[in-house]
Design a protein around this ligand. Sequence first.
Ligand SMILES: *[C@@H]1O[C@H](CO)[C@@H](O)[C@H](O)[C@H]1NC(C)=O
Ligand SMILES: *[C@@H]1O[C@H](CO)[C@@H](O)[C@H](O)[C@H]1NC(C)=O
Length: 399
Amino acid sequence: MGRKTTLLLIVGILGAYYVYTPLPDNIEEPWRLVWMTTLSKSVANLALLVEVLGINHFMNIAMFFMSFQEVPPTSDENVTVMETTFNNVPVRVYVPKRKSKTLRRGLFYVHGGGWCLGSAALFNDDFLSRRTADRLDAVVISTNYRLAPKYHFPDQFEDVYNALRWFLHQDVLDKYGVDPERVGISGSSAGGNLAAAVTQQLIDDPDVKIKLKTQSLIYPALQTLDMDLPSYRENSHFAVLPKSFMVRFWSEYFTTDRSLEEAMLVNQHVPVESSHLFRFVNWSSLLPEKFKKGHFYNSPTLGSSELAKKYPGFLDVRAAPLLADDDKFRSLPSTYVITCQHDVLRDDGLMYVTRLQNAGVRVTHNHIEDGFHGALFHHGFKIRYRIENQYLNWLSENL
Ligand SMILES: *[C@@H]1O[C@H](CO)[C@@H](O)[C@H](O)[C@H]1NC(C)=O
Ligand SMILES: *[C@@H]1O[C@H](CO)[C@@H](O)[C@H](O)[C@H]1NC(C)=O
């Protein structure tokens, strides 16, 4: 083979690898998604290369590329945007400019990014917070929190919890003109995980008198025990959030030691002493029939106790809100859950919905049949606006 032919062959294979993204039939605007995932695959591969060469951590490179999407806290014609700190945690505050005769609703928002990436300053998070403040005439607090790999569980959880507790002081609500009876929390992906976790924690917190009226969980991550759910099996190679990335995010939340990730990938990280917890994430009993179709429930393979001793966080209910018992569930506020069909995290959300319903909590479940992970944050996609409308309508009626 000549040099030219070899070169062509390599370029062809690389090109096909990049652009070839097998997509489900019902995806709207497939070329947009192919283009977006091609970009994110390139960044991920570059970050992997830099990591393999020992130059820097994967997440640091990914965060570096992401930082180009940050926008300053600029007020617009309808919303005043400012930055401050709540209990030493940096937050962005969005206050509608129009006059209000009554107290406003308050929404505490937690961004996503796998506990490793993201910030309240990212264009898409800033955009959603602005729209929420404007459309709902609400004060929106968009919180930051410390990220892995520099910080691990429970730092992310504690930052979000501390900022939320600060917001729920009567004098802070007074300062922003927020009605203490109408405060909700929202979060997407890892932010949905943190939102669900702090909402549970707040229930029994004797120091906080003001309680949340709603929680909205947008394709949240809710459990660490079973990485072999039907949604993980079906979407394991779906380019937006492949299983390998999700497992990496989960394990980075607890440690940079890759042995936890390796055990999670083969679903052998839970020790025998914790096997009783599997009942909380048993998809065989918690998933609606249609999502179980074609899948067989394998009883989990148990791992050694060593990992759980070193990194107990992954068995902690503050990291995995599905591990709470039914008593805790009964006290949760009115809940909105978005799940997407093409998402490894789909079944986490579905099981949470089942457990909330079983506990008698008022829950609205919005399953997006043509949805994929992150769909609310992909600017320019039609699906983004559809989901945003449904989400804001629910808040408008329930918060
Ligand atoms: C401000 O509100 C007006 C009236 O609702 C709307 O037409 C306009 O697009 C809003 N501006 C921004 C920047 O959202
Ligand atoms: C999960 O639920 C099924 C029944 O749907 C049951 O047979 C199985 O033993 C359960 N497994 C665990 C680990 O709880």
